[in-house]
Design a protein around this ligand. Sequence first.
Ligand SMILES: C[S@@+](CC[C@H](N)C(=O)[O-])C[C@H]1O[C@@H](n2cnc3c(N)ncnc32)[C@H](O)[C@@H]1O
Length: 323
Amino acid sequence: MWQIPLISMTLTGGLWFGVSRVPDLPYFQLALLFLAFAGNTALCFIILRLRYVMERHLNWLETCYPSGFVAARGTRWYNRPFLVRTLFQSMLGLAAALSLVLFCATLWKNRSEVLGIMPQKPAIAYYDTHATSLADGYETVTFEQAHPDLVQIIAMERAGQPLTVLDIGAGTGRDAAWFAARGHNVLALEPSGAMRAIGAKLHVGESIVWRDDALPELTQVMQAGKTFDIIVISAVWMHLAREERATALSNVYDLLAPGGTAYLTLRLGPAEPSRGIYDVTLADFKALAQSLSLPVTVLRTQPDLLGRSHISWQALRIDKPAP
Ligand SMILES: C[S@@+](CC[C@H](N)C(=O)[O-])C[C@H]1O[C@@H](n2cnc3c(N)ncnc32)[C@H](O)[C@@H]1O
């Protein structure tokens, strides 16, 4: 009986620690929390049974072997019979109840993924759920590796100029941080709260302004009426449905200052509806830009830097003429 609190503490502590180590695996978290709830509930009943057996044994000892029996029927609150059992059960009950609360909260937070409900904004829901593990991948790639053409554009065409930069779908802020570190004025738009939080934490102290805003409407930034010298839209276009793309592109163009450049990377690869990824082709993009009379310059195509062989990235630029 005395081992039970030890078993419970080891079990609950280990399982809760496990939950904290897999923030992006909700099924696994739910399984661990359920195990913690079930384990502590079972121990609650086990302790009842053990105390009952113990009681019966003590009664037998008292009757059949009185000289070996030690009566310990205390009368104070701290030495009354059943005090130990009651306290042990309270601790186990608390651990089980907390595990159940965490189980329900985790289930609620991840309800769309776990229950297979397609959320209204699957891309944002995906980034919100998997932000931590995605962030590692995004931040291991450098700006220079991801955007060699943009590095060249800045070095060749904008050297020495302080720029106003808009990073749309900034993710963890890798690109925004590159510009901020060079003294440019950067506004990072990121609709996923979890990504925004990680980005702000990773690049704390760097002068990036973060906002919750999204394509195609870009409501806040359009209302602010500011324009930008450079607009970066890296690995975001595939999250727009076909019918959203004309509004998105024309808003991006409106946000360009005269002489400004929008730099985009298109994901060329299969659609993934569960992640809110739609099919994108260079031909479609060019046709869209042409329908809006926007000049597109095709830059280089790069393999996926995270090693996914079925995906490649097409860089593009759209320039607004200087007055
Ligand atoms: C693949 S990540 C790219 C992040 C970053 N730009 C980079 O290159 O590392 C896509 C980002 O776009 C954001 N996003 C998804 N839909 C968006 C939308 N409609 N408007 C703006 N950003 C969006 C996601 O939240 C996510 O952070």
